[in-house]
Design a protein around this ligand. Sequence first.
Ligand code: PAF
Length: 284
Amino acid sequence: MEIITRQQKMASVAKKLRRENRVLGFVPTMGALHEGHLSLIQKARQMTDEVIVSIFVNPTQFNEGTDFEAYPRDLTADAEILSPFDVDYIYAPDSSEVYGDEYSTFVTVDDIADKLEGSSRPGHFRGVATIVTILFNTIRPDFAFFGQKDAQQVAVIRRLVRDLRFDTEIIVLPIVREDSGLARSSRNERLSAADRKSAAVIFRALSAANEMAMDGERSAGNITDKVREVIETEPSGSIDYIALVNKESLDPIEKIGKEPALLAVAVRFGDIRLIDNIVLNEEE
Ligand code: PAF
């Protein structure tokens, strides 16, 4: 496993590998690696010849400077976590390497980036779309791997890839959960022990909604009411939003039809805002 910190070196290594007809798999991360990331890396290992993991805490996707500064950074620990996974390259540039002097080009995915997370985190997806564009242009991967946990990020990136004609196939892997059902996230580490336990209510609520849908319930109102009722059994949780939307456009839906419907929630426990989702009506 080689650690590359320079953009030019990463680009030339990737170019050489492509010339040798190696299939490139790319897993973009911000470090603080957990089981969710590892499931992406394992899939990349199965599907591709060369696995490249980027570790870069992207300043342009943070709304508040304090969040950016507080984000955990430990390249040595992350590299150690990756060592059993047969990763070929870690790309860990610093900020000046990615956003050089007078950086001024940003990528905006209209409409879907403004919904759900976009309204509480303005500019977040502009930062995500910009860094993903820069990384894809550096590496030009054949496949890039993302987690369904960040369902809106997936919708934004799919749209970005489609609209800007990136020659990269996006592979999305299921949410990895703790034993309690809580979706794995680097934020879980910052929950108090009590809140971490209470936050399992989110998955109980999503599961109750899924059962309702499987039993034939079609009304978004009834389903989201149920989710609210279950989450409210935990007084320490404060609901930011509960939304039932089209999985691709993220437009709200009133009745579940034939298309898969994304049930997405954001709930705060103390200072920590957690997101989670489940896709209803999806064929396996
Ligand atoms: O999901 C993340 O960790 C980040 O948003 C990503 C895709 C690595 C871009 O910084």
